[in-house]
Design a protein around this ligand. Sequence first.
Ligand SMILES: *[C@@H]1O[C@H](CO)[C@@H](O)[C@H](O)[C@H]1NC(C)=O
Ligand SMILES: *[C@@H]1O[C@H](CO)[C@@H](O)[C@H](O)[C@H]1NC(C)=O
Ligand SMILES: [Cu+2]
Length: 180
Amino acid sequence: MVAFTSVAFAATTLLGVTAAAPKHIRSTGVVHRITAGSTALAANGLRFDPENIVAEIGDLIEFSFLPKNHTVVQSSFDKPCEPLASDNGVFSGFNFATAQGLSNNTFVFEVKTKEPFWYYCSQTVGNHCQMGMSGVVNQNFDGGKTLAKYKENSKGTVTVQPSADKLKSQIGEIKPRKEL
Ligand SMILES: *[C@@H]1O[C@H](CO)[C@@H](O)[C@H](O)[C@H]1NC(C)=O
Ligand SMILES: *[C@@H]1O[C@H](CO)[C@@H](O)[C@H](O)[C@H]1NC(C)=O
Ligand SMILES: [Cu+2]
C-alpha cells in the first residue's frame, strides 16, 4: 500500500498534473448531504440546507430535493444566477420535482478543487435564485466574496438556464436516494 502510494505520487508529479486539477482524484469516502428546499418558513422554503460548507478534494456532495422543483447549477461569484461561461459546469437538470417530501433521486458530484464552488437554483417560477436560493462549497473566508454578498448581487439578475434541454444533467450523477 505504501509502495503503491509513492509510485502513484511520482507518476503524477512527472506528468506535471497540479494539485488544483488532478486527473484522478482519490475518493475520501466523505459525503456531504445538502437539501435543496427547506422546511424553514422564514425562507419560504427557498434555501439550500446547509448552504455554506467546507469540503476536501475527493469528497462527494449529495443533493436531496424537497418541493418544489429545484435544480443545482454551478455559477461564478461574479455572475450570480448564471451558469459558468465555459458551459462545463455542474447542472442537475429539472429531474427532482416532488409534490411532498424528498424526491426519490439525489444528484451527486465529486469535489475536484479547493476553489470556491458557487451554485444556485435555476427555477424561474418564483425566482428562486433572486430570492436567495444559492450556496457555496469552500468559500474563501478571508475575502469579500461571501455567500451573503452573492445573494445580495443576485437581486435584480435574470436567471439563465445552463442548457435548452431542461432535463439534461452534467458533471454529476443522478442516484437513488437511500434512507439513512
Ligand atoms: C419544473 O420546472 C421546469 C422549469 O420551470 C419546468 O419546465 C418543468 O415542467 C417543471 N416540472 C414539473 C414536474 O413541475
Ligand atoms: C418514489 O418512490 C415511491 C416508492 O417506490 C413511489 O411510490 C413513488 O411513486 C415514487 N415517486 C416518484 C415521483 O417517482
Ligand atoms: Cu429552487
